[in-house]
Every structure is written in structure tokens, then in C-alpha cells.
Unconditional design. Structure first.
Length: 346
């Protein structure tokens, strides 16, 4: 059986390599394609020429508007939520501040507890999800797109201002600092989301007119540039408009086209370019190469064993002793024999 040892070794190596390819795809990738529990990031969105209601001076204003968002993961709460729900859960604490004049009192701000699936980015309703300390039930994507993002129009993104998710549309592929990204857009229709008491003279009243309750309306068009491998939003633009309405009169509350600062985009690309490349290899390149190589080796081993099996061993040479053994003479026991003196040297 030694002649079949080499084919067996080749097929064994091929089976091992094929198994490794499957493990990359179905074991390693699902464990790598998850958001970290200890996330700690800061992103800055800025508009150098925003139009807004200057609450400090109680009048319309304009100038630079900067929104800073900080996200800090809560590993302990995430692990506890995973035990309670049986799902891979991430819990991130988010704080956002919008500032239009650089003083100690921000133009707007909020805090949120975000609970979502670590693989898909979809909201999960449990475990203390809230906004400004009040419970809120979310749906859709919250902070990122899913790993292995697809070029489809089926995603929805949660709008924190309105408290509702809206569809996201795929617009095509683009290049962002050497990274292939998917471009998505979302439109939030004009929606009333709050009310506020304001001086009556802002809506056509006399200088000493009493305060009135004005409704606040909001609309937004978002553009996302997404790394399809990790689902991370590398760049984003928000074309946002807000206004107060009262008794047929309107007052501009906010009009801005805000975008991630170049520093934020550079940091995102630097952090996720290598991660995206490695994860892509684990998801597609390694499984494909290992699977092909493994199958080739298995087939080569099978073919070699068939070739060896068809070869016939040479027939053994058999001596013809019909005339007697050349050393011991005739094989017939009844035949007359004579001593072989030549064997003894006589």
C-alpha cells in the first residue's frame, strides 16, 4: 500500500486547506464583522455659513455652525444586554452639541443611549434606549450601515430629530481617497416636531406683543459615503432646514449644509482603510483561494491514485525445475543419485 501514500498525503493536505477556506468564510468572518463594544470616537460636522435663529440675541443670525458628536461604548451594559436578549448587542452612549458662537451655552444639544445589532447596525428595542433621559423606540440604522453593505434601496436610517426612520436610496459608487465607497441619500420631508414660546413681534406683532407658541418644522437631505465592507459612514452631508410657524407667518430657525470636516474624513479613512482591506480578504479572497487550492489538491490526489492503481506489477520470474534442481539434481526421489564431489572440493 506504500504506493498510495503520496496520493493520500496530497488529498489530506487538500482537505485541510479546503477546511481552512470554509473556516475563514463561516467562522472567522462572522466573528470579525462586529462593531467594538468599547467604541470611543468623535466626529465633527461643520458649515462655515449657516443661517439660524440667534437665541442669545433673539433674532435671526448667520455664521459658522459646528456640531460635535461623541460616542462612547459601554461594554458591561452590552454584555449584559446580550445575555438578556440572546443577541449580539452593542450599547453606545452618544452626546451631540451644536454651537454657533463659541460661548459656553450651545445652540442645541442632546444625549442618547443607542442599542443596536453589532452585525447589521439595526436598532434593538431594549436595554435602556433613550434620548435626553426619556425612553424611545427606534428602528432602522442608527450609526452605521451593515457589514457587507449592499447597493440596494431597502435600508432605512433613524432621524433623531423627528423620531422616525426614513428610506435610504442607493446612488452609485465613488472613490474617496483611494477607497471604493457607496453613495446613499435620504430625504426627510418637512415635519412638525416641536413647539416653542417666542416673542410675538417676531411674527409681525407690535414690539410689546405678548409671547406666542410657534410650531417648529424640520426637513433634511442626507448624503452618506459608506465603506461597503465595514458599513462605516466615512463622510456625510446634511442639507437641513428648520423654521418656526405661527398664524401664517414663518421665521427661519436653521438653514445649513453641514459636512464632516476634512480632519474627520481623513481620520475615518486612515482608521478603516486597512481594516476594510483585511476584512475583505477574510470574507472573499482567502476563502476563494483556499477553496480552489484545496479542491485542486484533492482532485490531483484522486487522479494520482487512479494512475497508480492501474499500473500492473511485473510477473515474478519462476525457475523451471522440470529437469531437476541445478544444485541438488533431479527432483524424483526414486531416481538414482550420485554424490557431488565438486561441492566438497574433491
Amino acid at each position: 500500500m506504500r504506493k498510495f501514500l503520496l496520493p493520500a498525503i496530497i488529498m489530506g493536505v487538500g482537505a485541510f486547506i479546503l477546511t481552512m477556506g470554509l473556516l475563514f468564510k463561516f467562522y472567522a468572518y462572522p466573528r470579525l464583522a462586529v462593531v467594538p463594544l468599547d467604541q470611543n470616537t468623535t466626529q465633527v460636522v461643520q458649515d462655515p455659513d449657516a443661517q439660524f435663529f440667534d437665541a442669545d440675541n433673539v433674532k435671526p443670525g448667520s455664521g459658522e455652525l459646528t456640531t460635535t458628536a461623541r460616542i462612547i461604548g459601554d461594554p458591561e451594559a452590552s454584555e449584559q444586554a446580550a445575555e438578556e436578549t440572546g443577541r449580539d448587542v452593542a450599547i453606545w452612549n452618544s452626546g451631540q452639541v451644536s454651537d454657533n458662537n463659541g460661548d459656553n451655552i450651545p445652540m442645541d444639544g442632546s444625549t442618547e443611549v443607542l442599542v443596536f445589532d453589532r452585525h447589521t447596525g439595526e436598532a434593538i428595542n431594549c436595554c435602556g434606549e433613550s434620548k435626553n433621559g426619556e425612553e424611545v423606540k427606534r428602528d432602522g440604522l442608527l450609526v452605521k450601515f451593515p457589514f457587507d453593505t449592499q447597493p440596494v434601496d431597502t435600508y432605512t436610517w433613524w432621524d433623531s430629530t423627528v423620531g422616525k426612520s426614513f428610506p435610504v436610496k442607493y446612488e452609485g459608487e465613488e472613490d474617496l481617497q483611494g477607497m471604493n465607497v457607496y453613495k446613499f441619500t435620504q430625504e426627510v420631508p418637512t415635519t412638525k416636531y416641536s413647539s416653542r414660546e417666542l416673542p410675538g413681534n417676531l411674527f409681525g406683532g407690535e414690539p410689546d406683543a405678548p409671547a406666542v407658541t410657534a410650531d417648529r418644522y424640520y426637513s433634511n437631505k442626507r448624503t452618506f459615503w459608506v465603506d461597503p465592507v465595514t458599513g462605516v459612514v466615512l463622510d456625510r452631508v446634511e442639507d437641513q432646514k428648520q423654521e418656526f410657524r405661527h398664524d401664517g407667518q414663518t421665521l427661519n430657525a436653521l438653514e445649513t449644509t453641514s459636512r464632516f470636516t476634512p480632519e474627520t474624513v481623513d481620520k475615518n479613512v486612515e482608521e478603516y482603510k486597512s481594516k476594510s482591506s483585511l476584512l475583505s480578504m477574510v470574507q472573499t479572497t482567502f476563502p476563494l483561494v483556499f477553496t480552489i487550492l484545496g479542491v485542486v489538491l484533492i482532485l490531483a490526489g484522486l487522479l494520482l491514485s487512479l494512475i497508480i492503481g492501474r499500473r500492473r506489477d511485473p510477473e515474478p520470474v519462476r525457475a523451471d525445475y522440470r529437469d531437476g534442481d541445478p544444485v541438488f539434481g533431479p527432483s524424483n526421489p526414486d531416481a538414482e543419485t550420485s554424490p557431488r564431489r565438486d561441492l566438497r572440493g574433491h
